[in-house]
Design a protein around this ligand. Structure first.
Ligand code: CA
Length: 685
């Protein structure tokens, strides 16, 4: 009797669980369909597309203008077949479409899907076979199921073709993308076990990883090895995770709270911060910066509806939505680029990236090390940007300073880099992100101010580069520059769209587009303000071949041929009117204390901040402050001259356990963060 009741209770419980799962599956399916339809911004345009593509189907049910034997790795022609069927399915199930519930269109959809099923095109690029095609197939079947399902045999056969790709094997955004179409499969077959697995795999990328692919302990996002990908694969990751989270909200598959927080932190504190006005920093776009039109923030605007969806479900903190809405206003241009921009300094010790924001500007530095990879070339994209991570500085005020400049850039004069000045830009040699070669790269941050360093040893050029960040000023130093090659070695201060006149100030100072550039006494720079030409094809073979041109402002320092121990120093002051520029003598407040290959140091007397890069054990003296360390490290001393100084210290090599530091005769031992936090800033008072 007892056993019978246990069995009965279990059976009942299973029955209840099943009914709940069934309801949840229906609810998830509805949300996916709703999400797809909410992305149709213009139903008339969709209908026009459908009308156009209806006309060009051949007798064999294949489209006449699609090359079904195309061997391309990117922009693979047969993918258009499924994209068009997807448009058909969207129109067929959209109540506002003139094709809503059209039996003619339904006939075409089944015909075209039969043709795909028989032809079964396979691409040389796995992404199409294992992500793009299965995802679109799943979306089409889900759309049709909301109104008039496909004939069962056809649907079964297509669902079998969806089961491509190994979600366990993939990492980061790619894992999410493969798991997403398994989630579609689980919903279509109402398979709870597959759903458990697919959702779990979808959410695995929302886990902090120590330089694996995905979200890092410093909240940078890396993909294709340890390579910075905040707004390239990071966008896929973010949009995908928020989508899945919204699909399964309030079900037993809901995104766990700690993962929700991690996602919100990446979105609000990193992703949205790497923007200015309606444009991203070019350094967070990966190889994608070489695509025409990329770098504006339509993606974020597209996410607006999703964020509202999440907000309505109580999924997102009210404060997050507020800061997000500020970004949307900056993108839309209803508020200026400076609107509600709070001061911020972030040092990404896992990503090798520094972000410094003020109301007036965004200034970032992209570097690399033995722990990370350079900006990748791949699929014939980014063919020239081999120096994109050699200390590239992105200086944005309005935001559009570099938008679409990339086909006409001189690629050995990327802003911020020290490089051989070739007569013709040199192509990248290695695909998918060349590993960095040096280890002394990193810096300190107290979340407002900071200093970072990059040890350059690439393409037969060596240099020690460092950046010192304050409120109005950024000081850029280089030392120990050496090369034995035939070309002149140059350090580029900026290369951006020419906006207006260039004003030359006293000594070596220049003003252009509301930014002042100042060299200390004895320095010298060269500038041009001329038209440059190029093609998008030159930097990306999937892009147009027509010549584009524009006027470019370029400012650089020439170190001559075969420098033995050259250096440079310049200060950037963004947000200056011409008059303010003419009146400014910035080196009165900011002192370059040292710029040698063993010690680089800058003191801001007004802010009472001393920033130091020790390339070896040593001592620095500035004013009344004397600071010594027993090992190489980066130090920021705040409240100099006071009785309560504050110290920030980090180890760019990420190997030290501690540093012994002596400040004005007083010695202290500074233990440093270890393991996944190695390279992070330790703070002492
Ligand atoms: Ca050149």
């Amino acid at each position: 009797m007892k056993l019978v009741s246990v069995v009965l209770v279990l059976a009942l419980w299973n029955g209840v669980a099943l009914a709940q799962d069934n309801a949840a599956f229906d609810s998830v399916a509805n949300r996916i369909v709703y999400d797809m339809q909410s992305e149709v911004n213009d139903v008339k345009a969709l209908d026009r597309n459908v009308s156009k593509h209806k006309q060009s189907i051949g007798d064999n049910r294949l489209w006449k203008d699609i090359n079904y034997s195309d061997q391309s790795m990117a922009l693979w022609s047969p993918a258009l077949h499924l994209e068009r069927v997807q448009d058909f399915a969207l129109a067929f199930t959209n109540t506002h479409s003139s094709y809503f519930n059209s039996s003619e269109l339904y006939g075409l959809i089944t015909n075209q899907l039969r043709a795909w099923n028989e032809k079964n095109p396979i691409c040389r690029n796995w992404w199409y076979n294992e992500i793009n095609c299965p995802q679109i197939l799943g979306q089409v079947i889900l759309l049709l199921n909301s109104l008039k399902p496909l004939p069962a045999t056809l649907q079964d056969s297509l669902q079998a073709k969806m089961l491509r790709g190994n979600m366990y094997k993939q990492t980061g955004a790619n894992k999410l993308d493969v798991a997403l179409h398994y989630l579609y499969s689980a919903v279509l077959t109402k398979n709870p076990l597959l759903m458990d697995t697919a959702v779990a795999q979808c959410f695995i990328p929302v886990t902090l990883t120590n330089r694996g692919e995905g979200l890092q302990y410093d909240y940078a996002y890396l993909q294709h090895g340890p390579q910075l990908a905040i707004a390239s694969y990071g966008t896929t990751f973010l949009v995908g995770e928020y989508k899945v989270a919204s699909y399964v909200r309030s079900t037993r598959w809901q995104l766990p709270e700690e993962k929700r927080k991690a996602l919100a932190k990446f979105f609000n504190e990193v992703y949205l911060k790497a923007t200015r006005g309606k444009y991203f920093d070019f350094s967070v776009l990966g190889r994608g910066f070489s695509r025409k039109g990329i770098g504006n923030l339509n993606t974020i605007v597209d996410m607006h509806s999703k964020m509202n969806l999440l907000q309505n479900s109580g999924f997102v903190n009210a404060g997050d939505v507020e800061s997000y809405n500020d970004v949307v206003k900056r993108i839309a241009g209803t508020e200026p680029a400076s609107y509600h921009v709070n001061p911020l300094h972030s040092q990404f010790f896992s990503g090798d990236y520094t972000l410094h924001a003020r109301k007036e500007y965004l200034f970032t530095v992209r570097t690399n090390s033995v722990r990370t990879r350079r900006t990748e070339t791949g699929n014939s994209e980014n063919l020239l940007g081999r120096y994109m991570s050699d200390g590239a500085t992105n200086i944005q005020r309005s935001g559009g300073e570099y938008f679409n400049i990339y086909p006409i850039w001189e690629y050995d004069k990327i802003p911020g880099i020290t490089c051989r000045d070739y007569a013709t830009d040199r192509p990248a040699i290695e695909n998918w992100g060349q590993p960095g070669t040096t280890s002394f790269t990193g810096g300190v941050s107290d979340s407002l101010y900071g200093v970072n360093t990059y040890e350059l040893d690439f393409d037969s050029v060596k240099a020690r580069k460092a950046w010192f960040f304050f409120d109005k000023e950024i000081v850029c130093l280089g030392a120990g520059i050496q090369a034995n090659t035939g070309e002149n070695i140059t350090t580029t201060i900026n290369q951006c769209w020419s906006r207006d006149e260039i004003q030359k100030g006293d000594n070596e100072s220049y003003w252009h587009d509301s930014i002042g550039y100042f060299l200390p006494e004895g320095g010298s720079a060269i500038f041009t303000n001329d038209e440059q030409k190029g093609t998008w094809y030159k930097i990306n073979h999937s892009q147009p071949k027509d010549t584009v041109k524009g006027k470019v402002f370029k400012l650089w320092i020439d170190h001559g041929k075969q420098p033995k121990n050259a250096g440079y120093a310049y200060m950037v002051v963004p947000g200056l009117s011409k008059n303010a520029f003419m009146d400014l003598s910035p080196f009165k407040q900011v002192t370059i204390v040292s710029n040698t290959s063993s010690l680089q140091a800058v003191e801001h007397r007004k802010l009472k901040i001393l920033q130091v890069v020790f390339y070896s054990a040593g001592t620095v003296t500035s004013g009344n402050t004397t600071l010594s360390v027993d090992k190489p490290c980066v130090v920021m001393l705040k409240n100099t001259g006071s009785k309560k100084p504050e110290l920030c210290i980090s180890d760019p090599t990420q190997k030290l356990a501690d540093v012994k530091l002596t400040l004005n005769g007083k010695t202290m031992n500074c233990p440093l963060p270890q393991n996944e936090f190695a390279g992070a800033t330790a703070r002492f008072r």
